[in-house]
Ligand binder design. Structure first.
Ligand SMILES: Cc1cc2nc3c(=O)[nH]c(=O)nc-3n(C[C@H](O)[C@H](O)[C@H](O)COP(=O)(O)OP(=O)(O)OC[C@H]3O[C@@H](n4cnc5c(N)ncnc54)[C@H](O)[C@@H]3O)c2cc1C
Length: 447
């Protein structure tokens, strides 16, 4: 049997620890491994770095950018990305967390926000710079909010001269009545308590109605915030949309009990892109489910080739864990529901073991040990653009005027397209530095 693995990225990414890259705890290479290296010893597997943009079911081939790839059996496992619930314009204002690029962008914005606050003379604007809003109270939102609050109070606490990072506001917004809705209610309540202890302001039943350059609008009012991070919606990879299968609300293909596309016994859809019904409901979009489905599909193909029958797929739920911060987590494992330090230790152990590659396990273990002892975050680098925003921020006064003119929604369309525009707020604050002190690396317009 010959296997071809097609991926548009050259690395496997362990998404559960992405939030640690976004909050400067780990480096990208700690949680990612080159696919070629992982499969180095699997002699019958070929790796193709390519984007699959379509599938021709009739001709049995995958359409790549510059070629077509014929198949006898196909497994589609293209995962999911963000959904902004019909507001694609929010993507630029509130980055989500799915890839290494996303994590580095979040890290850049968060660290830059403190740098801006340090140089800001206006009290209201400084507060805005030090306000972080995380939208979505699922595991990713909870982990992000907890880590942001933690670095403000520990790793960054003593590094600035004009601001006190411990006064940063981290707000977690959840549209539903509770955070971690897939966990038992007692664990959701425990998560709120643990987040509050870290200083996170958790607001439930508060749906976001607008995101603009100055902050966030909800049904309950307005939050002025420099950094808005998106952890709310998931949409399946569009690759399955044109295959004729029925799609669920997230765009996932409803597959048979054998994980195949209805009507195509040789085409499997697995992982985050598949909607798999079990007697207990749909299989959740989590890593163990994706791994079990991938294994099932591979094993079923082997059986098909040997002319053997297969049982339908059965998901084995091994439980869920979400971390909140240092010695703070929740665990839902079978009938056991627990939280706090023990849940956190279990979380650490499970995530170290789940990382791909011995090197990454060792590196992450020592990174975590180091930051546990020192309260440090080893990856506090601002990389990429050093302009504070992807587009210009109107000044505080102009923003007020803008708000009344547009009902709180500064339109992206009303801004120049280039993005290389000086932030008047920053410009003003930079002007007030003596020329020799003006830090040319921040708010610079030369690029
Ligand atoms: C921030 C975050 C935190 C998470 N935390 C947890 C957690 O704590 N526990 C847990 O169990 N789960 C967690 N998950 C969910 C878990 O990561 C996913 O359920 C799992 O990765 C799904 O695996 P998959 O193989 O279906 O998709 P993915 O892991 O997303 O893999 C899809 C692959 O397909 C490639 N691809 C996509 N489209 C194309 C194309 N057109 N052409 C070529 N290649 C393509 C991508 O490059 C990617 O390599 C988390 C997810 C995120 C984003």
């Amino acid at each position: 049997m010959n296997v071809t693995l097609v991926d548009r990225r050259n690395h496997h990414l362990f998404q559960p620890l992405l939030y640690q890259v976004a909050t400067a705890g780990l480096n990208p290479s700690d949680i990612a491994s080159p696919v070629r290296r992982i499969l180095r010893n699997q002699r019958n597997v070929e790796v193709l770095l390519a984007d699959a943009h379509g599938i021709d079911l009739a001709q049995r081939c995958v359409l790549l950018d510059h070629a077509t790839l014929p198949y006898d059996h196909l497994i589609i496992a293209t995962g999911a990305s963000h959904s902004y619930f019909g507001h694609p314009e929010w993507a630029q204002l509130a980055p989500g967390l799915k890839s290494i690029e996303d994590a580095l962008e979040i890290r850049r914005r968060v660290l830059l926000a403190y740098e801006l606050a340090e140089q800001e003379h206006d009290e209201a604007e400084r507060e805005r710079c030090m306000t972080f809003v995380v939208v979505g109270g699922g595991p990713t939102g909870v982990e992000l909010a907890g880590a942001l609050a933690e670095i403000a109070r520990t790793a960054l606490a003593r590094d600035f001269r004009h601001i006190d990072p411990r006064r940063a506001r981290v707000i977690l917004l959840e549209a539903g009545p509770r955070i971690l809705p897939s966990y038992p209610a007692e664990l959701s309540a425990s998560a709120v308590r643990q987040l509050n202890k870290l200083g996170v302001d958790v607001k439930m039943s508060e749906a976001v109605t607008g995101i603009d350059l100055g902050g966030v609008t909800t049904a309950h009012g307005r939050i002025e915030a420099h950094s808005v991070l998106w952890a709310a919606g998931v949409a399946a990879s569009p690759l399955v949309a044109a295959l004729g299968a029925e799609l669920d609300r997230q765009g996932r293909a409803r597959v048979s009990a054998q994980l195949t596309l209805p009507g195509s016994d040789n085409v499997y859809v697995v992982g985050d892109v598949a909607h798999v019904e079990q007697t207990t409901g749909p299989v959740p979009g989590v890593a163990p489910a994706a791994i079990q489905q991938g294994r099932y599909a591979a094993e079923r193909i082997r059986r098909q080739l040997r002319g053997e029958a297969s049982e339908p797929f059965r998901y084995r739920d091994k439980g869920s864990l979400a971390t909140i911060g240092r010695a703070a987590a929740v665990a839902d494992v079978g009938r056991l529901h627990f939280s706090g330090a023990f849940a956190w230790l279990v979380w650490l152990l499970v995530h170290i073991m789940a990382l791909v590659g011995f090197r990454n396990r060792v590196l992450v273990f020592f990174e975590w040990l180091w930051s546990y002892v020192t309260y440090e975050r080893g990856a506090r680098l601002i990389t990429g653009r050093i302009e504070p925003e992807p587009v210009a921020m109107p000044s505080a006064a102009a923003r007020g005027a803008n708000t009344s003119a547009t009902g709180g929604q500064a339109s992206l369309e009303s801004l120049p397209a280039s993005g290389a525009v000086v932030d008047p707020v920053e410009e003003a604050s930079l002007e007030s530095f003596p020329a020799s002190d003006a830090p040319g690396w921040i708010g610079s317009t030369g690029r």
